[in-house]
Design a protein around this ligand. Structure first.
Ligand code: SAM
Length: 374
């Protein structure tokens, strides 16, 4: 797909370039914040699977620079009034000027003692005030590196993780999609587990966790598991996330680890043998059973899949659409004004996988090498 056709199809893709976001995903986080006030009283954040960095950009602008970012999209109230729009606006009503209106720097109030650590498998171009780490979130060695990055001056490898409290962990992790739905959902679920285990190691009580999920057939189980360690679990679909995609986000607030719970990446939640309920525990099949092992680690007995198939025993997470209804529809195509200019990406990928292929092709003398076809 050429640059301009992508521009025509995807309003958020275009808007991201106009507003200087590295990826259209920025709008997802902004629309989640609109709905859930994610950044309230937040100064310490871990951004997992962060490249190319648009979520980190949002964090940097809101927390470090103290910008008050308006409605996530073009529908900012001031901009509407400026254009005196009535009803649903046409794409041609949107101007670059409008994009700047919605990011108001007038009320910029930088927060104190902000610490943001962003992690990805891919290298990420630096962002002001953000510590970036190239690491695999599913690997146990990532946690000590993360703890050190959070508090380089006080980090003690022997100390427990609770001494590195974080207010918010966000994860937009996605594998390279194969198109095989079950496989993609499985790999995605591994990323969610890894993100959750990292979150359990660093979140302070009352902290928040936001993660991308694929809504597969076993997603209810995930909600039930999250509900054990968070007071409130919601599933949200931002308007900037295409309706045609199975993507959604779990938004968990009020981190409340069970008494005696110790997070561990070596022995993570969700893995390992299923334990019998602790002696004297009444196994309640409607909810997972917490089992505190002799070594103090709490594991969750989720019961069998069959038990969870019984409808009335399920806990259903409330589902919310977020983002103003009059905002761009991520699945719609919009007409472009005649004078529309296609902008370059804000931050081209630092090490795109196709770079090597292009180099090889060039070295071979072009698209088909030097061999003449036909
Ligand atoms: N939130 C990002 C932003 O706003 O720019 C976009 C994230 S992108 C949709 C998904 C990212 O997940 C990719 O950059 C990919 O490298 C990363 N990822 C996938 N598996 C990972 C893993 N095991 N550890 C760390 N990052 C991973």
């Amino acid at each position: 797909m050429g640059k301009s056709s992508k521009d025509k199809r995807d309003a958020y893709y275009r808007l991201a370039k106009e507003q200087g976001w590295r990826a259209r995903s920025a709008f997802k986080l902004l629309q989640l914040d609109e709905e859930f006030n994610l950044f309230e009283d937040v100064t310490r954040v871990v951004d997992l699977c962060a490249a190319p960095g648009s979520w980190s950009q949002v964090l940097s602008r809101v927390l470090i620079k103290g910008e008050k970012i308006g409605r996530a999209g073009w529908e900012d109230k001031q901009a509407r009034e400026k254009l005196a729009l009535h009803g649903r606006a046409q794409d041609s009503d949107i101007t670059n000027d409008m994009a700047t209106v919605e990011i108001s720097e007038q009320e910029a109030k930088p927060r104190k003692d902000v610490r943001i650590v962003s992690i990805d498998l891919q290298p990420m171009s630096p962002l002001e005030g953000i510590v970036t780490m190239r690491a695999d979130i599913t690997h146990p060695s990532t946690i000590p590196r993360l703890l050190q990055a959070l508090d380089p001056d006080t980090y003690d490898p022997a100390a427990v993780t609770a001494s590195h409290p974080v207010d918010l962990v966000i994860s937009d992790g996605a594998p390279d999609v194969t198109g095989l739905h079950d496989l993609d959902t499985y790999v995605q679920s591994q990323l969610i587990w890894a993100a959750l285990n990292l979150a359990l190691c660093v979140l302070k009580p009352g902290g928040k966790f936001v993660a991308k999920i694929f809504r597969g057939k076993d997603v209810d189980l995930l909600y039930a598991q999250l509900k054990i360690v968070f007071e409130r679990v919601r599933v949200a679909k931002p308007r900037s996330s295409r309706a045609s995609s199975v993507e959604a986000f779990v938004v968990c607030t009020g981190f409340c680890p069970p008494k005696g719970f110790k997070a561990s990446l070596d022995n993570p939640l969700g893995a390992g043998a299923k334990l019998q309920p602790a002696p004297g525990t009444q196994a309640n099949k409607a909810a997972p059973v917490r089992v505190v092992r002799p070594d103090g680690i709490t594991e969750l007995d989720m019961g069998s899949d069959d038990e969870y198939d019984i409808e009335e025993q399920r806990w259903i997470a409330p589902f919310l659409a977020c983002g103003d209804l009059s905002a761009y529809d991520a699945d719609a195509s919009y007409h472009l004004p005649k004078d529309h200019v296609v902008l370059d990406p804000v931050q081209p990928p630092t090490a795109p996988p196709y770079k090597k292929a292009l180099e090889n092709r060039k070295a071979a003398g072009g698209a088909y090498g030097k061999t003449k076809l036909g």
